[in-house]
Unconditional design. Structure first.
Length: 165
């Protein structure tokens, strides 16, 4: 039986998790344990920096316990303010990684349809840039009609691709 790349990656991840767990067991104070967890979470998420907040119930605030890679000693936020404050107040996760991925996917899709329409427009020098102009004018008209952001996005896609048959 041969190992696939996925099996090798899974094995590496499990080994790394075990190493972290063993290191965590050795920590005897809360501060060093939380520092280790933040360090490993930051590496795992491939983030530039991270902050661990604790809730100060008396002041109804979030207080930074660990703020990696920042020159700031302490950060205080009212509960409910910003993403961290919202999460602390509601207890519900806000998934920012999927939002960024979705945004990148949309940019890639728009680039692909623009490239397709440009290739079609290049068949004839007279029509060069035609699809781009139609899309721009269509979106301008849609804006003046008060279309929603999503409707404008769909209009842009449709207008860009209008010559594709």
């Amino acid at each position: 039986m041969t190992n696939t790349l996925a099996d090798t990656e899974k094995s590496k991840d499990l080994s790394n998790l075990l190493d972290i767990s063993l290191t965590m067991i050795e920590k005897t104070d809360l501060s060093s344990l939380l520092s280790l967890i933040m360090e490993e979470a930051t590496k795992t998420m491939n983030a530039d920096r991270s902050t661990l907040y604790l809730v100060d119930r008396e002041r109804n605030e979030l207080v930074s316990f660990i703020a990696q890679q920042s020159g700031i000693k302490e950060i205080r936020l009212p509960l409910g303010m910003g993403i961290a404050g919202h999460v602390a107040e509601t207890g519900k996760t806000v998934n920012i990684e999927n939002a960024r991925l979705h945004e990148e996917r949309e940019k890639t899709f728009l680039s692909a349809i623009k490239a397709l329409s440009a290739a079609i427009d290049r068949r004839d020098p007279v029509t060069a840039g035609h699809s781009e102009r139609v899309a721009r004018l269509s979106v301008d008209i849609g804006n003046s009609l008060g279309l929603t952001k999503n409707e404008l996005k769909m209009l842009n896609y449709a207008a860009t691709l209008h010559e594709c048959r």
